[in-house]
Design a protein around this ligand. Structure first.
Ligand SMILES: Nc1ncnc2c1ncn2[C@@H]1O[C@H](COP(=O)(O)OP(=O)(O)OP(=O)(O)O)[C@@H](O)[C@H]1O
Ligand SMILES: [Mg+2]
Length: 478
């Protein structure tokens, strides 16, 4: 058996890998053509007595140990290492065969096979680089197979979607469907990408918790060497924040333009209204006709009502020549609550105040901020009474505190809440859900205008059927 190997070693000249016939002491006894080629570059085989002389210095002990183990345990062994040849390092996969027994122990031989894996290593490094990019990028990335099933998602994708990786892999991205995009739209996308082209566009997906996820999506087909499509690569750019800002901007612009319009109307209507009011009073005083007197009384009532609306409109687009005074916010809140409590509707409602002593006085127009608090409190009382919650204990909780350089004032009521669709609308002028003659729908609009004029903000959170919280933010330094 021993001889058979020795004499047929030329057989290995036909293999691309390097073959070495080694003695039990690791000495190189024979080499195949591929090994000769490499060794020639390094000044011939005579330079290297043992195979371990070829191995990179730091790996020599490791290789030697594997070799010994093969000898002792009559098994094969392998490792990845590098040959240091002619000042060059070659990545190789080194395999020792099961020992070939000889006449005695010292005559045992082992064949070592060294396969050049430089190219594989390079590919691996390259792959690892791309993998790290995909894992690390803030952009959500997904890879699907030909049928559209997800086979890879990166951490950014997991985070934004709200699903776990395990929940996503194997699923079709259809699970993100918001129902807002038509079937035709996706058919078109498939047509483009299955035709080998890149598709890009804006989409609205749904996260696991039902929230919308706006993104700019780019899908490109993944091709193999023969240019055959083997999958699809999708990368998202999160547009959610942009969309929210856009919506806010549109809302702000809308409020501003309504403000300008209202100021114009108030100005144009205010003067003739004052004349009408004066004329009505003159005629009422001069006439003895009871019928006319009574009807003029009604006219006067209506004029008063219009005047109030006009005053509100002017308040919103307040000319800035009012003087600012250092205003004690907590005191203003207490006053507003006291006034609200007196109302007959408020008698079954519990008012709780948690006012922080840290709240500083702010330069505001005291009457106006007082009006804002009052508007919100009256709304809360109205909302609670209208909901007719038979005997259920109802409360309004007012808090003031300092947070991130702002004074915050919150009003939480146990009323019926506001439907999500109406959350933005309640700040619009003349939006009211109250019956005719009961509300003009100007309270919150005026409040919004006032708070904004102090560079503040006013927000609502509401759980329909349960509660509503109004939050006013006023910057301490402007
Ligand atoms: N705390 C609240 N709970 C439930 N709905 C509310 C609350 N506050 C306001 N709303 C809703 O917002 C609408 C608009 O309020 P806003 O104060 O602007 O007008 P109004 O109270 O209807 O009339 P006005 O204040 O001019 O007399 C209300 O009609 C009501 O539907
Ligand atoms: Mg109101």
């Amino acid at each position: 058996m021993n001889n058979a190997f020795e004499y047929n070693f030329d057989l290995f000249d036909r293999f691309p890998s390097m073959y070495f016939l080694l003695g039990a002491d690791g000495r190189i006894l024979k080499t195949n053509a591929a090994a000769n080629e490499i060794l020639k570059k390094a000044g011939g085989i005579d330079q290297y007595a043992e195979i371990f002389d070829l191995v990179e210095l730091c790996d020599r002990t490791k290789a030697l140990n594997i070799f010994k183990k093969c000898l002792n345990k009559k098994t094969y062994g392998q490792c990845q290492t590098r040959f240091f040849i002619n000042k060059e390092l070659i990545n190789i996969n080194l395999t020792f065969t099961v020992p070939i027994a000889g006449k005695d122990k010292s005559d045992t031989k082992i064949i070592a096979v060294a396969r050049d894996i430089t190219e594989e290593k390079q590919k691996e490094a390259e792959l690892l680089r791309f993998y790290n990019i995909a894992e690390g990028t803030v952009n959500p990335v997904q890879i699907t197979d030909l049928t559209g099933k997800m086979i890879y998602v990166n951490p950014a994708f997991v985070k934004i979607s709200g699903y776990t990786k395990e929940e996503l892999l194997g699923k079709n991205p259809r699970i993100f469907g918001s129902g807002k995009t038509s079937r035709k739209f996706w058919d078109r996308v498939w047509e483009v990408i299955s035709g080998g082209k890149v598709w890009s566009g804006e989409i609205e997906d749904t996260k696991k918790n039902g929230e919308p996820f706006y993104s700019q999506l780019l899908i490109s087909p993944i091709l193999d060497k023969e240019e055959k499509i083997i999958g699809y690569f999708g990368i998202h750019r999160d547009l959610s924040e942009k969309r929210i800002l856009e919506k806010q901007l549109i809302h702000t612009q809308k409020m501003e333009s309504i403000g300008t319009l209202a100021a114009g109307i108030a100005h144009e209507v205010g003067n003739p209204l004052a004349s009408i009011s004066a004329l009505v009073q003159v005629v009422q005083r001069d006439t003895n006709d009871a019928f006319i007197k009574e009807k003029l009384g009604l006219v006067k009532n209506q004029v008063t009502r219009i005047s109030k609306i006009i005053r509100d409109l002017v308040d919103f687009s307040r000319p800035s020549n009012y003087e600012l005074h250092l205003t004690n916010i907590n005191k203003s809140i207490v006053e507003a609550v006291e006034i609200t409590k007196v109302g007959t509707k408020a008698k079954n409602i519990q008012f709780n105040m948690k006012l922080s002593d840290d709240v500083p006085s702010l330069p505001l127009i005291p009457d106006q901020i007082h009006q804002v608090f009052l508007n919100i409190l009256i709304n809360a009382v109205d909302a609670i009474t209208e909901a007719k919650t038979n005997g259920k204990p109802n409360s309004v909780e007012v808090k003031s505190f300092v947070e991130d350089g702002n004074v915050m004032v919150t009003f939480k009521d146990t009323g019926p809440g506001i439907e999500e669709n109406n959350l933005n609308k309640v700040f619009e002028p003349f939006f009211t859900t109250k019956g005719q003659g009961k509300g003009t729908g100007l309270g919150l609009w005026v409040s919004y205008g006032i708070v904004k004029s102090f560079q503040g903000d006013i927000n609502i959170e509401s759980e329909p059927g349960k509660k509503t919280t109004f939050t006013i933010t006023l910057p301490i330094e402007t």
